[in-house]
Design a protein around this ligand. Structure first.
Ligand code: PGA
Length: 242
C-alpha cells in the first residue's frame, strides 16, 4: 500500500477554489487497495473534502493539540479531527517547527494525543540545508525520531514517518532518490523495518514514482503540486500502477 498525501498547507484562499480542487480530484482519483489518497486540508475545509470525496480519499489534519478540549484558543484537537471523519494528522511539519515553535517534545505530546484519538500520525522529520552541509542528516533525523516518538512502539503502532529534507520543500530542488533512499534505510534501522515511510519535498508527477520504486518509500507527502488536481491524480494513478 502506498500513501499519496496532499498537504494543502494554508491554501487555497477561498472555499470556491477548494471546491474546484476537490472536484478535480473526484474526476481523476480511482479507488484501489494499492494506493490510499489522503487529503490534509486546512481544518475548515475538512468537512467539505470528506463530503466531496467520500470513500475516494481519506482526510487528515495538519496539526493537532495535545489537549482534548478546553481553553486553548486557536488549537484543534485530535478527538475533534477524528469526530470530523479524519483518519490521519500531520505532526511536526518543518513549517510548524520553524514558524510556530514546534519542538521534538511538543511533537511527542501531539503524537500521543493523535494515537489516543485513533488517528494515524504522519510525523515529519528532516534536516535543514545547513545541517546537511555540516553532515548532520542522520544525527538530526535520529534525534527527531528518538525524542518526537519517545515511548511509542514503532513496530506495533499505526504511525507513518515522512522524511522531508527542509531544503527540498517548496524549492523545486527535490532530494535525489539515491540520497533519500539512504535516509529511508537509516530510518528503518533505527525505527522499525516495516514502518510506512513517505518522502516529501518538491515532489511532482515526473519524479514521484522514483522514491517508491527506487528508494524504499511507501508513499509521498505533496505540498504545492497537491493543489493541482491533474498532477496529484497522476501520482495516485502511477502509485496504483506501480
Ligand atoms: P512541496 O511541500 O511539495 O511544496 O515541496 C511538501 C511539504 O511541505 O509537505
Amino acid at each position: 500500500m502506498n500513501y499519496i498525501v496532499a498537504n494543502w498547507k494554508c491554501n487555497p484562499d477561498s472555499v470556491k477554489e477548494a471546491k474546484k480542487i476537490l472536484i478535480g480530484y473526484k474526476k481523476g482519483i480511482k479507488k484501489s487497495k494499492k494506493a490510499q489518497a489522503v487529503i490534509c486540508s486546512p481544518a475548515h475545509l475538512l468537512g467539505l473534502a470528506k463530503d466531496t470525496l467520500k470513500s475516494l480519499a481519506a482526510v487528515g489534519g495538519q496539526n493537532c493539540s495535545w489537549e482534548n478540549c478546553g481553553a486553548f484558543t486557536g488549537e484543534i484537537s485530535a478527538p475533534q479531527l477524528a469526530d470530523m471523519g479524519c483518519g490521519y494528522v500531520i505532526v511536526g511539519h518543518s513549517e510548524r517547527r520553524k514558524f510556530f515553535g514546534e519542538t521534538n517534545e511538543s511533537v511527542n505530546k501531539r503524537v500521543k494525543a493523535a494515537l489516543a484519538a485513533g488517528l494515524t500520525p504522519i510525523v515529519c522529520v528532516g534536516e535543514t540545508r545547513e545541517e546537511r552541509i555540516e553532515g548532520k542528516i542522520t544525527d538530526v533525523v535520529e534525534l527527531q525520531i528518538k525524542e518526537g516518538l519517545k515511548d511509542v512502539d514503532l513496530c506495533t503502532t499505526k504511525i507513518i514517518i515522512a522524511y522531508e529534507p527542509v531544503w527540498a520543500i517548496g524549492t523545486g530542488q527535490a532530494c535525489s532518490p539515491q540520497e533519500a533512499g539512504v535516509v529511508s534505510q537509516f530510518i528503518r534501522n533505527i525505527a522499525c523495518d516495516k514502518i510506512p515511510l513517505l518522502y516529501g519535498g518538491s515532489v511532482n508527477a515526473a519524479n514521484g514514482m522514483s522514491y517508491l520504486a527506487e528508494a524504499g518509500f511507501n508513499g509521498l507527502l505533496i505540498g504545492g503540486v497537491s493543489l493541482q488536481p491533474v498532477e496529484f491524480n497522476k501520482l495516485v494513478a502511477n502509485a496504483i500502477a506501480l
